[in-house]
Design a protein around this ligand. Structure first.
Ligand code: SAH
Ligand code: SF4
Length: 354
């Protein structure tokens, strides 16, 4: 099987390819694949034809293939991407004015059993490699003709999977994405969202290059979080908040908390007041998300007035935003990513995005 090159860092390129390429050619190849975003060896005109053929014999670029593309009426695009072993993951592009946010997956499925999330129903099939993570971004940029600079592109590790349970690949992908000679994105434009795998938070904190951190809070008491996110039995909410308090934020960074609002479950004013108390000593910003419904998800979306009331209580003491739902009609919204072709999804009525 030819070996994929995406996912190798600069030093790996030089070491790995030493037998067929001199160091400066390996550096050119690195730039061609990540910086110039060439999709095939034949497109790399800086390399002599003989070298390109030599590469083709043993290696592939290793980008995932677009298996299906879904377009929302709000401009969101959802991709079903096929990996080398036939497994599929989803990547979502959300354009907003001049800005584009790419939501990438870090695992095929997810082992964390959150009760409001469709991805959880898949269980974990496998971790993605760094190359498969970077590949999602390269494919999305190309398919949308985003050829210029990346100062208006944001990347969020908020697709399928729990990024902290695949931390080595997520960090490796982040180094490639932020290397000025690599893809060239700013660290400030990459965000990782986690259900709160406490030991891995300390590991993330120690990384030289790391995404911004978002924590999925989703409940205002230990008990309610246990019900909604059973992982709380292992990693208690109180310990999670302590880990947040010692997390070394960079001068430009705030700690983002996400809170999925579930009608009559965690959306009362009393919940909002408890969230204020929980986060009082953290440099926090809160993003509220009204539940995106799905088949067999035993919760309902709160009314817009409830969302506003919750937001107003938090806003008195911290920045609090309501995340606009994007791509609900094509099942691209948070928590809706699942293997697209499963029959349940095809049978589920199409919703109209607000
Ligand atoms: N596993 C990571 C990142 C992927 S989930 C995490 O849980 O943080 C990304 C976000 O979508 C999380 O904040 C999660 O709480 C939210 N989410 C999951 N299911 C949802 C749903 N049905 N509606 C709205 N948001 C949901
Ligand atoms: Fe996994 Fe995140 Fe979904 Fe929870 S919300 S099951 S951690 S993807």
């Amino acid at each position: 099987m030819p070996e994929p090159l995406l996912g190798l860092e600069k030093v790996d390129f030089e070491n790995h390819l030493a037998s067929i390429l001199p160091g400066y050619r390996a550096a050119q190849l690195y730039t061609a694949l990540y910086r110039q975003r060439c999709a095939s060896f034949s497109a790399i005109t800086t390399l002599p034809a003989a070298l390109r053929s030599a590469l083709e014999a043993d290696y592939v670029v290793g980008r995932p293939e677009i298996a299906q593309r879904f377009e929302s009426i709000d401009g969101t695009r959802r991709y079903l991407l096929r990996l080398h072993d036939g497994k599929t993951v989803e990547t979502v592009l959300m354009p907003e004015g001049e800005r584009n946010t790419i939501c990438v997956s870090t695992q095929v499925g997810c082992p964390v059993d959150c009760k409001f999330c469709l991805t959880a129903r898949m269980g974990l099939e496998r971790n993605l490699t760094a190359g498969e993570i970077v590949g999602q971004i390269l494919v999305t940029l190309e398919d949308n003709h985003l050829t210029g600079g990346l100062d208006r592109v944001n990347v969020v590790f908020m697709g399928m999977g729990e990024p902290l349970l695949n931390l080595p690949s997520v960090l490796k992908a982040t180094r490639i994405l932020t290397d000025p000679a690599g893809v060239g994105l700013s660290q400030k434009r990459i965000t990782l969202s986690t259900s709160g795998i406490i030991p891995k938070l300390d590991e993330l904190a120690a990384a030289d290059v790391r995404p911004k951190l978002a924590i999925s809070l989703n409940a205002s008491t230990e008990e309610s979080r246990r019900q909604l996110m059973p992982i709380t039995r292992k990693y208690h909410l109180s310990d999670l908040l302590e880990a947040c308090a010692r997390y070394p934020l960079r001068p430009w960074e705030k700690l983002t908390f996400e809170y999925v609002l579930l009608k009559d479950v965690n959306d009362t004013d009393a919940d909002a007041r408890r969230v204020v108390r929980l986060l009082a000593n953290l440099n926090a910003i809160v993003n509220l998300i009204a539940l995106n419904p799905g088949p067999d998800i035993p919760f309902e979306t709160p009314l817009p007035e409830r969302v506003t009331s919750f937001q107003n209580i938090l806003r008195r003491t911290m920045p609090c935003f309501v995340r606009k739902t994007r791509g609900r009609d094509i099942f691209a919204a948070c928590g809706q990513l699942k293997r697209t072709t499963t029959p349940e999804i095809e049978q589920f009525p199409i919703l109209t995005a607000p």
